[in-house]
Design a protein around this ligand. Structure first.
Ligand code: ZN
Length: 151
């Protein structure tokens, strides 16, 4: 029988093994660092935002657990080419998905492939691994120079 959980697992394993948009971004005009002390995940996110406020390019570097790497990889895919204005509602939807009641289905229409990370809500200690990249991107968007922390 087709098992959705297996598919989700496969997507996460795939993004961890071959992360998309990984590496330093030449021409980045915004960047930020993030750290999740609970797990030891570290990320550096690079952005290139044009004058119209469109995220032309995004990449990340870092090391951490499979969830943190897969989440960053999936996030960069989700926001590349999108206007900055799309970021806050997407972050909110993602945050809601990973902390929602187990019975609540993820909003796949809004979240797309990011919905594969819905399973982390069953493992509260991994939620911060999944949201680290989002906090870091938020710092990069704001132009903060401080290290974004999940605590
Ligand atoms: Zn982690």
């Amino acid at each position: 029988m087709f098992d959705l959980r297996d598919l989700y697992q496969q997507v996460i394993v795939d993004h961890n093994r071959s992360p998309r948009n990984f590496g330093r971004l030449a021409g980045a005009n915004r960047e930020a660092e993030g750290y999740n002390p609970l797990c030891g995940d570290r990320l550096h996110i690079y952005l290139n935002v044009d004058e119209a406020g469109i995220i032309r390019d995004v990449s990340f570097e870092g090391e951490g657990c499979a969830i943190s790497m897969a989440s960053a990889s999936l996030m960069t895919e989700a926001i590349k080419g999108k206007p900055l204005a799309d970021f806050p509602p997407l972050f909110e939807a993602f945050q809601h998905m990973v902390t929602a009641d187990l019975a609540e289905a993820p909003d796949e229409a809004h979240l797309g492939k990011l919905a594969v990370l819905a399973g982390v809500r069953e493992f509260p200690s991994r939620i911060k691994c999944a949201t680290l990249c989002w906090h870091t991107l938020k710092s990069a968007v704001k132009g903060d120079h401080e290290v974004a922390k999940t605590e």
